[in-house]
Design a protein around this ligand. Sequence first.
Ligand SMILES: NC(=O)C1=CN([C@@H]2O[C@H](COP(=O)(O)OP(=O)(O)OC[C@H]3O[C@@H](n4cnc5c(N)ncnc54)[C@H](OP(=O)(O)O)[C@@H]3O)[C@@H](O)[C@H]2O)[C@@H](O)CC1
Ligand SMILES: Nc1ncnc2c1ncn2[C@@H]1O[C@H](COP(=O)(O)OP(=O)(O)O)[C@@H](O)[C@H]1O
Ligand SMILES: [K+]
Length: 492
Amino acid sequence: MATLPDGALMQRAAAGLAAVCARILRGADNASPGMDWRGGGQVTRPARGGPYGARVVLLVGSGDNGGDALWAGARLARRGARVDAVVLRHDRVHESGLSAFLDAGGRVLSDDDGPLTPAAEQAVRKADIVLDGILGIGGKGGLRDDAAYLAALASADAGLVIAVDLPSGIDADTGETPGAHVRADVTVTFGTHKVGLLIDPAAEAAGHIELVDIGLGPYLPRPAVEMLEHGDVAARIPVPGRHADKYRRGVLGMLAGSTRYRGAALLSVGGAVHGGAGMVRYAGPREVSAMVLERWPEAVTAPDVEHTDRVQAWAVGSGLGDDRGDEAEAALASGLPVLVDADGLRHLPAELTCPALLTPHAGELARMLDVDRGDVEARRLHHAREAARRWGATVLLKGSTTLVVSPDGRVRVNSTGTPALATAGSGDVLAGLGGALLAAGLDPLDAGSVAAHIHGVAGQVAAGTAGQPAASDVLDAVPGAMVSLVAAHDLL
Ligand SMILES: NC(=O)C1=CN([C@@H]2O[C@H](COP(=O)(O)OP(=O)(O)OC[C@H]3O[C@@H](n4cnc5c(N)ncnc54)[C@H](OP(=O)(O)O)[C@@H]3O)[C@@H](O)[C@H]2O)[C@@H](O)CC1
Ligand SMILES: Nc1ncnc2c1ncn2[C@@H]1O[C@H](COP(=O)(O)OP(=O)(O)O)[C@@H](O)[C@H]1O
Ligand SMILES: [K+]
């Protein structure tokens, strides 16, 4: 801002915002390059040939977010849209934005007594597009009073809701939703993605995300949160080199499955085999080992951890049950890199001294931290950070948003996946994948985030072919997912 004339950034933001609105009104959005990693959400309504004659309503808060909406509204009005503004506080409105809007033929429906006039409510209900300019990054806490009412009205009754910068009322920096907030179909965000747009529950309120480049790139600090793209993942997948041998590729010890949860052994060993382990050494009861060998003849088995030597990493816990805690503790004390899942998480020492990747779902993390599961789901980043700090380990928190948080503070959000992954055993496949990557020498942050990315792509592929895939379908889709990731980047 210091290097530019006053208002230049807002003009860039408003121009980008108006362009997205115009494109949506033309119905051209299938060609949108925007980001929607959860699959659905292609925005096709309300096509009407362009802005001319469209009904657009602006919800205008008292800060610069409202200014963006007013300047974008002025642009749309000049292109023939019928643009009405509901101004939350007439004593505090972006002044130059308001005069530009009025000059362009926009109308203000609210008055000094408050925003909720009958005309304003009617306009929101009939709008093709509602632009949510109530609050941006300056907002704190959930929406209050009139703003909360308008947000509910727009989210329930109106046409397409387009959030300006972020859905008003979400927490921009954490992904938390501390109170009432807008639920948008599209979010047009400026300069860079906000953390809150990437992490549930706030991410869910953002819908499809479009980034408008306003020239901040060279001035941005290191990101608080990273999101790997396909190419980043492809470049991290270990590809066997000319002098590869099975030991150099990584031998994974696997302490998973039990007579009660036999399937977990098959799925996690499968995840490791397809995750590129040079060898998987399975440690478990005789009858489970027999099943493992029948399904995965390439695995090597032993009765317990003590008799499983020459491994480069351990994956501990998936479907392990509660009676092999001593073995879990022995694997955790080996000093080797270790992935700890499910029942293994009950046996963590006070602090881990080996490179460790913990893979709890929200319920398991809640138990580890002695908090409610609902609180973990409401504050994912906070709790994953807390566990990473407490155990000195990388924490991969599973669920609708998968987060990988390293004890040094780095955070990655996974961009792939589908709710269809919420099926018994799919976490076992993920544990096998992550374990193989640890054994190959990736650090826990890379192993976790690459495994989650591949697992998510496999889930999407499986959902695309099997409809409601079982965990076995996800596992079967892993090799294809790896090929598509690596081949697309010419790394084969
Ligand atoms: N930075 C940049 O480079 C660029 C930034 N740009 C844009 O500026 C936006 C940030 O603008 P901003 O800083 O003016 O704050 P903003 O989000 O409009 O809200 C502040 C107002 O809201 C109020 N308020 C607060 N909490 C509330 C609540 N819970 N419920 C109700 N009201 C609440 C608060 O009032 P107060 O509580 O202080 O009385 C204050 O008046 C950013 O998101 C982007 O859109 C672009 O133009 C491009 C360049
Ligand atoms: N709502 C959701 N959206 C996307 N992915 C999900 C969702 N719920 C669960 N998943 C994913 O599905 C997998 C389930 O793992 P987990 O809970 O350990 O199941 P299990 O123990 O039965 O294998 C994880 O990778 C998780 O991230
Ligand atoms: K907003």
